[in-house]
Ligand binder design. Structure first.
Ligand SMILES: Nc1ncnc2c1ncn2[C@@H]1O[C@H](COP(=O)(O)OP(=O)(O)OP(=O)(O)O)[C@@H](O)[C@H]1O
Ligand SMILES: [Mg+2]
Length: 359
């Protein structure tokens, strides 16, 4: 996948920007100049949402009522217009898209920001989303199964809140168990094939650590889910929600027996997040042939020169299109000197190509 061109209008402080990208793109400029906003625009075009806020109105330039994005992706034209009242229009090759999911398949994207280590330090939901990104792109059945599980669990929880009898709940549990097992099987299969790729990158990024990756499906492997739901019924009823199931799945990353969040430094956590995200893209490409794009905001934060070099080398080796933001291009000049790259200087929302770039 290649984002060849991007036009951004009225998004944050970017009033009117037109960019032509190459394989390796470096976006640099002072604090508050608009670097993250460029990455936010790419993210919006790929996924129909920001990574900084759930409120579209925050992303629209203060003086306007909508922003407009247009991108050329592998010679397809993608347009997205977002209004302050929440309306959104998406056009793919001039044809109005009916659903946001039409967009998702177009530009698989991996994002790494200074906040990304919350993938390791935060709750399991983020890690489930991480796993599901991979399963979604690998298996065409995933979305329907995932959606079914989500709806059945929602319904089960509302029955629990209404203090429904076990008889009533068990009628729906039969269907829930079927989809839960399918979902778990897809996730398991994905993780087993993804793990060796991840292991290789972790060894390169963190050679002195012994990070292991385990997966918990959300209920005891040895238990039958139907029986477990029955056994848990009194507790679930008291709590008003379902305590075991695929919605409790988690990826367990440990150093020895200690969770990585308690064992690794911030720089090491950042590298581990980078390893996870890069490995997903590499694995997707090798298995499905789809190339991911990588957005790395504030690449140099938390990393020393040698680690920056390892990270940039690994990113370039993926063969994917890269968008890297830094405050000062000289921070990564040494590490990128061997590669062709396009440099974009951002100053108060205005972006210019750097004449000293190497292409
Ligand atoms: N809705 C908006 N309309 C106009 N300007 C905005 C809006 N929201 C934020 N801004 C401004 O946009 C500018 C760009 O912010 P951005 O986060 O992209 O900067 P940055 O270059 O990534 O900075 P840093 O190096 O500090 O991360 C900031 O000056 C911010 O105040
Ligand atoms: Mg920023």
């Amino acid at each position: 996948m290649l984002l060849q061109q991007l036009s951004i209008q009225r998004l944050r402080n970017l009033s009117d920007v037109k960019l032509e990208f190459s394989q390796l793109n470096i976006i640099y400029g002072d604090n508050g100049s608009g670097k993250t906003s460029v990455l936010e625009a790419i993210h919006y075009l790929a996924l129909g949402r920001s990574f900084r806020t759930h409120l579209a109105s925050r992303v629209i330039h203060y003086d306007h009522d909508e922003f407009l994005l247009w991108g050329k992706v592998n010679d397809h034209s993608i347009g997205l217009q977002r209004f302050r009242n929440g309306d959104v229009t998406i056009k793919i090759d001039g044809v109005k898209a009916k659903k946001l999911t039409e967009l998702l398949d177009f530009l698989p994207l991996q994002l790494i920001t200074p906040e990304s280590f919350s993938l390791l330090t935060g709750g399991p939901q983020q890690r489930r989303q991480f796993v599901d990104w991979g399963v979604f792109h690998h298996d065409a059945n995933f979305f329907a199964i995932w959606n079914k599980c989500k709806r059945l669990l929602k319904q089960r929880n509302s029955l629990l809140k209404r203090k429904a009898s076990y008889k009533e709940i068990s009628y729906w549990d039969r269907e829930l168990v079927t989809y839960a097992e399918q979902l778990s099987e897809l996730r398991n299969r994905y993780i087993n094939s993804f793990n060796p790729v991840l292991k290789g990158i972790i060894e390169r990024f963190l050679p002195d650590t012994d990070v292991t990756v385990g997966y918990s499906q959300g209920w005891d492997k040895k238990s039958d889910l139907t029986q477990l739901l029955e056994k848990n019924y009194p507790r679930d009823l008291a709590l008003g929600y379902t305590t075991a199931g695929p919605h409790k799945a988690d990826l367990k990353l440990r150093c020895g027996t200690v969770p990585v969040a308690d064992a690794l430094s911030r720089g090491q956590l950042k590298l581990l997040v980078c390893a996870l995200r890069i490995a997903q893209g590499v694995h997707l490409h090798s298995q499905v042939g789809k190339q991911t794009i990588y957005l790395v905001d504030d690449l140099s934060s938390e990393l020393d020169g040698q680690k920056r070099e390892v990270l940039i080398d690994q990113l370039v080796e993926t063969g994917a299109q890269l968008f890297l933001s830094v405050i000062d291009a000289s921070q990564i000049k040494h590490q990128t000197s061997k590669y062709q790259c396009r440099l974009f200087h951002v100053k108060q929302g205005v972006i210019t190509r750097d004449i000293t770039e190497r292409e």
